[in-house]
Design a protein around this ligand. Structure first.
Ligand SMILES: CC(C)(COP(=O)(O)OP(=O)(O)OC[C@H]1O[C@@H](n2cnc3c(N)ncnc32)[C@H](O)[C@@H]1OP(=O)(O)O)[C@@H](O)C(=O)NCCC(=O)NCCS
Length: 217
């Protein structure tokens, strides 16, 4: 099957090769508008659309039917699964995982009959965060480093680093390690936990959890 866009560009054919002049991969059916910055080794899959102002880091994967707006920054090694729209005013730091069909927003109180393009609220997703399948991030929040948002959760406020959030509205039910496993510490209090996979030490003080960097002998 061979479809063409209005500009004559061919879509609907599979081409698994890297574009010869580029060091990243764009599937033939994807549209990357002129001006978009895309880092080395990134992969842009079927029917994705990247707007011209987008800045995408190295080693990023954009799944099928992903949209990336103009005022968007996507850090190195992010994985964005199928059917995710990353709208204007969303920033993803390094290594963010966006599960399939999760939802970002940028207008807090949209009305079709009222123009609110100057009222976009910023969303910042910090390094290493996982956003589970089908979750929703209501705009204007910061999701802290390595937080883990469960499938289907609705996030309406800032999220602490390493917090595990589930439900609608999302509740803070625990902590997740950088490895992606539960940390057996309470939501509040004092305590320590060593990850059996990485050896990293996590320290809970009050209501915040921090990772202590390993000091090599
Ligand atoms: C959060 C998750 C990792 C489970 O972590 P876990 O440490 O095994 O947590 P548990 O299953 O022990 O659940 C702890 C509590 O949270 C609840 N919970 C867990 N995940 C939940 C979710 N997504 N929504 C609502 N509640 C959830 C459990 O019912 C349980 O509640 P309880 O204590 O009242 O019984 C998993 O449920 C999840 O959401 N994974 C995301 C999967 C995904 O989106 N993948 C995308 C790539 S395909």
């Amino acid at each position: 099957m061979d479809y063409r866009t209005n500009s004559g560009r061919r879509i609907g054919q599979v081409d698994n090769s890297m574009k010869s002049d580029k060091n990243y991969f764009v599937h033939f059916s994807a549209i990357v508008d002129e001006g978009a910055e895309i880092g080395e080794g990134s992969r842009i899959w079927h029917f994705a659309h990247v707007c011209g102002g987008a800045r995408i880091g190295k080693g990023v994967s954009l799944g099928q039917n992903v949209f990336v707006g103009n005022k968007v920054v996507i850090g190195d090694k992010c994985k964005i699964q199928n059917n995710v729209s990353v709208y204007d005013n969303v920033t993803l730091e390094e290594g963010v995982f966006c599960g399939p069909s999760m939802v970002f927003t940028n207008v807090y109180n949209p009305r079709s009959l009222i123009e609110r393009k100057n009222e976009y609220r910023n969303t910042l997703v910090k390094r290493g965060v996982t956003l589970g399948a089908n979750c929703t991030i209501v705009c204007g929040v910061t999701v802290g480093e390595f937080a883990f948002i469960g499938a289907g959760a609705v996030i309406k406020g800032n999220v602490l680093p390493y917090a595990l959030m589930v439900g609608v509205p999302a509740r803070h039910v625990g902590w997740m390690s950088e490895y992606g496993e539960r940390i057996p510490l309470p939501i509040k209090g004092d305590g320590e936990y060593t990850c059996p996979h990485t050896g990293s030490l996590y320290i809970l003080v009050g209501s915040s959890l921090n990772k202590q960097e390993k000091i090599n002998d």
